[in-house]
Write a protein that binds this ligand. Structure first.
Ligand code: SF4
Length: 253
């Protein structure tokens, strides 16, 4: 029975997507990141897929791969209005260098900011609420036009990502993780091989880069993500709390 027929019978659509994702994971078990991306962008979700990127410390690798397959693939960039100016400059630099022709910057709504964070200081008292109105809600809004999205998360980044698969279901959409099994060394090698520019803040001691108020420098030997929300239990912004909140992990986009 085709998936669309399953939906029409009133079966939970998420189960239909789960079956589709399981089949994709089996089909692409031994595929390369580029093969997975090519299949997702050109065939499986053609016209209905976007990449979500923070233009952060190691974003260039996946952006480069996407640009090689189709530089007109929509790339969604969340500007929380709390980012480092260097990130915006890096975004513009990469757009030009990679020839990306459809980068869409999304921001928190003026209404949400006026209502919940009029002074712009919500991050001081409630980082979850701040991330919600500045990242999660705007991303949900812009993703409503897509069936699938591409994320740069990797298994090595945290224990909660250790079992990350190439394809997963997230809130009724398919999320594609082509770099799931890549190591930190492979990321560096790829960037070097293709002469990709690095985020300028990496050299200043920021191996993981988010909003200015919530990103600290990291000392040699520390967990690379330890500078994010330093001193808090919080380890992620919420955009990868999936599927009914089972997994909690960081912003690998
Ligand atoms: S990372 Fe900090 S400033 Fe940025 S949205 Fe989250 S709480 Fe707000």
């Amino acid at each position: 029975m085709a998936l669309h027929e399953t939906f029409s019978l009133g079966v939970d659509p998420e189960l239909g997507l789960q079956a589709e994702v399981a089949a994709l994971n089996a089909q692409f078990e031994d595929a390369t990141a580029q093969e997975i991306l090519r299949a997702a962008i050109r065939h499986q979700f053609a016209g209905d897929i976007a990449m979500v990127s923070s233009f952060g410390a190691d974003s260039a690798v996946l952006l480069h791969m996407v640009s090689q397959i189709d530089p007109s693939t929509p790339v969604l960039f969340g500007d929380t209005v709390k980012l480092f100016p260097a990130t915006l400059l890096y975004r513009d630099d990469l757009i030009e260098k990679l020839g990306l022709s459809d980068v869409r910057t999304f921001k928190p709504s003026k209404e949400d900011l006026a209502d919940r964070d009029p002074a712009g200081m919500l991050w001081m008292s409630d980082t979850d609420a701040c991330c919600h109105i500045r990242k999660v809600v705007p991303l949900e809004r812009i993703l409503s036009g897509f069936d699938a999205w591409i994320s740069g998360r990797k298994r090595f980044q945290s224990a909660s990502r250790a079992n990350l698969e190439y394809f997963e279901v997230d809130e009724g959409r398919v999320k594609v993780n082509p770099l799931a099994d890549w190591s930190a060394a492979e990321i560096l090698d790829y960037a070097k091989t293709h002469d990709l520019p690095t985020h300028p803040l990496v050299a200043q001691g920021y191996p993981s880069i988010g909003c200015m108020p919530c990103t600290d420098k990291v000392a040699p030997g520390e967990d690379p993500r330890s500078g994010r929300w330093r001193g808090q239990d919080k380890t992620e912004c919420g955009i990868h709390w999936p599927t009914h909140g089972k997994e909690v992990d960081g912003s690998g986009i």
